[in-house]
Design a protein around this ligand. Structure first.
Ligand SMILES: [Mg+2]
Length: 179
């Protein structure tokens, strides 16, 4: 029985909205040194991911064009190291399905279904994300296959500090109620 953690990226792992307000997009992935150290955020993300290392973890995003490898390796290098060391797959839902459907929930739901095709028995699916479609896609998939799910909605367009606090909150919540 496999438990699955589905992670959104923008405004969930990376404080994308905040960073785009502070810096040019190029500064978020060019070769120059990172414009800001996000050490507390990296610490908290890694703490949570470590506590869920027995889950099958995947990143499910509507971004494309190597946005995640480029920005994560630059802005959150220790998180990127964790992701690559653990071979965490990155699924680009919009890239896969936008020619066929218009709804972002459908892109993520169908991509998640593709990602789970080789998993015979699913225990629980957890969803971390800041968008309604992050929650709805996991809920729809879980109901489709009849497994449990837990939704962890993140604040929308959160500041860097809010995101740091929210990962800390998730860590506490997981320890107390889930694991
Ligand atoms: Mg997002």
């Amino acid at each position: 029985m496999d438990d699955i953690l589905v992670l959104d990226y923008d405004d969930t792992i990376l404080p994308t909205t905040y960073l785009k307000e502070q810096f040019s997009v190029e500064e978020l992935f060019d070769d120059s040194p990172p414009p800001e150290m996000l050490d507390n955020l990296q610490d908290n993300i890694i703490k949570v991911l470590d506590s869920l290392r027995h889950f099958r973890i995947c990143i499910l995003t509507n971004s494309g064009n190597r946005w995640i490898p480029l920005t994560c390796s630059k802005m959150l290098p220790r998180v990127w190291e964790w992701i690559t060391e653990k071979n965490i797959p990155i699924y680009e839902a919009k890239v896969r399905y936008e020619s066929y459907y218009t709804d972002p929930t459908t892109w993520k739901q169908y991509t998640l279904r593709d990602a789970m095709v080789n998993i015979s028995r699913v225990g629980r699916i957890f969803s971390f994300g800041d968008s309604e479609h992050d929650m709805k896609a996991v809920q729809n998939m879980a109901e489709e296959i009849g497994c449990d799910y837990r939704l962890f909605p993140f604040p929308v367009h959160s500041s860097k500090e809010e995101l740091v606090r929210h990962w800390e909150f998730v860590h506490t919540h997981l320890r107390e109620e889930v694991l």
